[in-house]
Ligand binder design. Structure first.
Ligand code: SF4
Ligand code: SF4
Length: 430
C-alpha cells in the first residue's frame, strides 16, 4: 500500500512503525473472510482491510477521528484472526493499538461512554476495587433492564456468587515437588484472582508437580492489557514498567527460567512488552527480556513433558482456542496434545478461528456484536456434543460459561486433575 507521510511525521517512531505496517499491506483482502465483524456485518469498513484504510487516512492527514471511523475501530475485537490469515505479515495488532491510542488522544467521546471506559480502566486492573464492584453489581442486577446496554451487559457477566480470596495469590515462593527443573514467576493476574482463583491454584500445583519452583512476586499485577486496549497509553505503560521491574528484581535475586501466564490475553500482552516500551531507553532492554521469557503454562508443560495421568479421564472435551492463544501467541497444538496425553478425548470446535466475543472489555462496550458472536460460538460448541469444554483464557470462560449445559474449565485445571490434583470445582456443580 502506498503511503504519503511527510519526513516530519516519520520522525515519530509510532508513525514510522505504522508506515512500515501499512506498506506491507497488498490490499489482497484475504483477511476479510476470517474477520468476525465482517462476517457479521458484511461491511468493508468493519473488515481488517477497511480498518487499515481508515487508520491510514486518520494518521496521514492528522485528522480528528470522525464518529464513523471511531465506530468501526471500536468494533474491532483485536482478535488478530486477520494476522493469522494475512500472507504478507501485516502487523495489524501494532497498527490498531496505535490507532486506538490516537483516537483516545484526539476524539471526544460522549459523556456516558467516557465514564464507562474510565470506570473499566480504573476498576478491572485492581482486584480489591473489582471485588467491591462485583458485590455492588450483584445488588444492582434486578435493575439491569432499565440500565443502558453496556451497564446491563456488565452486570450479566458477573458470577452468581464470588469465590473467597485464595491464599495462593499472596506473594510467596511455592516449593517444587521432587527435583527442581525450572524456577518461574507466575502472573496471577487481576480479574482472574477475583472471579476464578481455582485457576491459579491448579496452575501452581501443576507446575510444582512438574519440577517448577513458582514465585508469585510482590507487586506484580495487571499486565496492562485492559488499559492498553482502551487506548490509555499512560496507565498501560505504568503497569508494564511495574511488572518489568518486579520480575527483573526476581531474576537478579534467584534467576527465572520463565514468566508463566495462564490467561492467554495477558500472555499476548506481556510477549509484546519489548515493543511497547521500545521508545523508553531505560526500560526497553529489560522489557524485551521479560517478553522473551514469557510462556503460556501449556508451552512450559509441553517442554517439560506431562506426568502420567493418575486417574482415568476419557471425557469428550471440546477445546475452545482463545484468539489470544491461537492468533496472538500462535499456540495451537500444545494445549490439545497435553489434554490428549492426560487421557481426554479432544474435540475441535467448528469455526474455531472466530472470536467468542469476549475480547477483554469488548463484551461490555459492544454487547450486541459480542452477544451474536457468543451465540454462534455456543452453537458450534454444542454441535460437537462435549461432556466438558476447556480453554486457556478467563475472558472466554466468563463469556461462554453460563451459556453451556456442560462445565467449562481452564486447561490447567484439567491437566492438574489428571496428574494428581483435585477435581476442578466447576465439575462438582450438579
Ligand atoms: S483483529 Fe479481528 S475483528 Fe479486528 S480486524 Fe482483525 S480479524 Fe477483524
Ligand atoms: S490479508 Fe494482509 S495484505 Fe491482504 S488486505 Fe489483509 S492485511 Fe492487507
Amino acid at each position: 500500500m502506498q503511503t504519503k507521510f511527510s519526513p516530519a511525521q516519520l520522525a515519530d517512531a509510532n508513525i514510522a512503525d505504522a508506515n512500515g505496517i501499512l506498506r506491507a499491506c497488498m490490499h489482497c483482502g484475504f483477511c476479510i473472510a476470517t474477520c468476525p465483524t465482517y462476517v457479521l456485518t458484511g461491511n468493508e469498513l468493519d473488515s481488517p482491510r477497511g480498518r487499515i484504510y481508515q487508520i491510514k487516512d486518520m494518521l496521514e492527514n492528522e485528522r480528528v477521528p470522525s464518529a464513523r471511523t471511531v465506530t468501526h475501530i471500536d468494533r474491532c475485537l483485536s482478535c488478530l484472526s486477520c494476522m493469522t490469515t494475512c500472507p504478507s505479515g501485516v502487523n495489524y495488532m501494532h497498527l490498531v493499538d496505535h490507532g486506538r491510542s490516537y483516537i483516545e488522544e484526539h476524539h471526544a467521546r460522549p459523556p456516558l461512554e467516557r465514564l464507562l471506559r474510565a470506570a473499566l480502566a480504573a476498576v478491572l486492573p485492581r482486584p480489591g476495587l473489582f471485588r467491591l464492584a462485583m458485590i455492588g453489581a450483584r445488588a444492582a442486577r434486578p435493575f439491569a433492564r432499565v440500565l443502558p446496554a453496556p451497564l446491563a451487559a456488565m452486570l450479566s457477566l458477573g458470577p452468581p456468587a464470588l469465590p473467597s480470596r485464595s491464599p495462593v495469590d499472596r506473594p510467596r515462593v511455592f516449593a517444587v515437588e521432587g527435583e527442581r527443573r525450572m524456577r518461574v514467576a507466575l502472573l496471577t493476574g487481576c480479574v482472574q484472582t477475583v472471579l476464578e482463583p481455582a485457576i491459579n491454584e491448579a496452575t501452581i500445583r501443576l507446575l510444582t508437580r512438574h519440577g517448577c519452583e513458582v514465585v508469585v512476586a510482590k507487586r506484580a499485577g495487571c499486565c496492562g492489557a485492559i488499559t492498553h486496549h482502551l487506548g490509555r497509553d499512560g496507565p498501560a505503560r505504568s503497569s508494564i514498567r511495574r511488572n518489568v521491574a518486579v520480575w527483573t528484581s526476581e531474576i537478579e535475586r534467584g534467576g527465572l527460567d520463565a514468566v508463566v501466564v495462564n490467561a492467554s490475553g495477558c500472555g499476548t500482552m506481556i510477549k509484546d512488552y519489548g515493543f511497547i516500551l521500545r521508545d523508553e531507553p531505560e526500560w526497553a532492554e529489560r522489557a524485551g527480556r521479560i517478553a522473551g521469557l514469557t510462556r503460556d503454562v501449556t508451552e512450559v508443560l509441553a517442554g517439560l513433558g506431562l506426568a502420567n495421568p493418575v486417574i482415568e479421564t476419557g471425557q469428550r472435551v471440546a477445546y475452545h482456542s482463545a484468539c489470544s492463544m491461537q492468533h496472538g501467541q500462535k499456540i495451537t497444538a500444545a494445549p490439545k496434545a497435553l489434554l490428549g496425553a492426560a487421557g481426554f478425548q479432544v474435540l475441535d470446535v467448528p469455526e474455531g478461528h472466530l472470536c467468542c466475543g469476549s475480547a477483554g472489555t469488548y463484551n461490555m462496550l459492544q454487547p450486541r456484536i459480542a452477544g451474536t458472536l457468543r451465540e454462534r460460538k455456543l452453537a458450534n460448541i454444542r454441535s460437537v456434543d462435549p461432556e466438558l469444554v476447556a480453554t486457556g483464557n478467563l475472558g472466554c470462560m466468563v463469556q461462554l460459561g453460563r451459556g453451556l449445559a456442560v462445565p467449562l474449565v481452564h486447561t490447567a485445571e484439567l491437566l492438574d486433575w489428571a496428574t494428581g490434583g483435585p477435581r476442578p470445582p466447576a465439575l462438582n456443580i450438579p
